[in-house]
Design a protein around this ligand. Structure first.
Ligand SMILES: [Zn+2]
Length: 239
């Protein structure tokens, strides 16, 4: 199993490269790229959120609580400072005290939370949250959800990679438990997650993502951006 630091570094790198490619092909603004990069990195830390007593669990949950609470008050710029403070504190303690308790109570490590369908579901929920709660426009919200799923799946793949003992050319016991599509010990949970995906899937229009990834224009735009058009590092220090 990969550790917290490895997950964070690899997750941030994969999200960073992906958002750089979208930015270079002219599909994103710089602030949108930064948003997707952050969401992908957070997504790559989410699967181990069910490991309870571990320090990564506490760090991830606290980070997520801080991040979400700030995101909520950013979505209400018209509120006074004191209203923002009350909203922030309410959201933070609700997440940390209530949602964290629920997690500790009802999840087991590498349970349904550490699976492919959960990564897809959280991406859909992320898109819905970005669209309804925040200022994000439709297509960026879809990309946001996609990046959460991308980070999530990167984490699961990394855990599988770490379960292959390269030195001894054999599989560790944990092989196959990280990148899984269901949990034998939790059929009910697996069913609920797939049901939620089915119900909510129409809320997010993934053609925005597939139209980009599978279009030749995207790669032509990227290709044209490999070398500078107006001289090297033009305006690097123009502020
Ligand atoms: Zn993991």
């Amino acid at each position: 199993m990969a550790n917290f630091k490895t997950h964070m570094v690899v997750g941030a790198t994969v999200s960073g490269i992906s958002s750089t490619l979208l930015l270079s092909a002219g599909h994103l603004t710089d602030s949108e790229a930064l948003l997707l990069f952050s969401l992908g990195t957070i997504g790559s830390l989410l699967p181990d959120i069910d490991s309870k007593t571990s320090i990564p669990f506490k760090i991830t949950f606290t980070l997520l609580s801080v991040f979400l609470s700030f995101a909520i008050i950013f979505s209400k710029p018209e509120y006074s400072l004191i209203e923002k403070l009350i909203l922030w504190l309410t959201s933070f303690y609700l997440l940390k005290l209530f949602i964290m308790r629920v997690f500790i109570e009802y999840t087991s490590h590498r349970g349904i939370f550490h699976s492919v369908p959960m990564g897809i579901l959280l991406g859909i929920l992320g898109t819905m949250l970005l669209k309804t709660l925040f200022w994000v426009d439709g297509s960026v919200a879809v990309w946001g959800g996609f990046f959460i799923t991308l980070g999530y799946l990167t984490h699961l793949i990394l855990d599988e990679v770490y379960s292959v003992d390269l030195a001894n050319k054999r599989m560790k016991k944990s092989f196959g438990t990280a990148f899984s599509f269901h949990k034998k010990s939790n059929w009910f949970g697996t069913f609920i997650v797939y049901l939620a995906i089915l119900i909510l899937f129409k809320e997010t229009n993934y053609t925005i993502v597939t139209d980009t990834i599978f279009s030749s224009n995207f790669y032509i735009d990227l290709y044209e951006n490999i070398l500078p058009q107006n001289g090297w590092f033009n305006g690097l220090f123009n502020i």
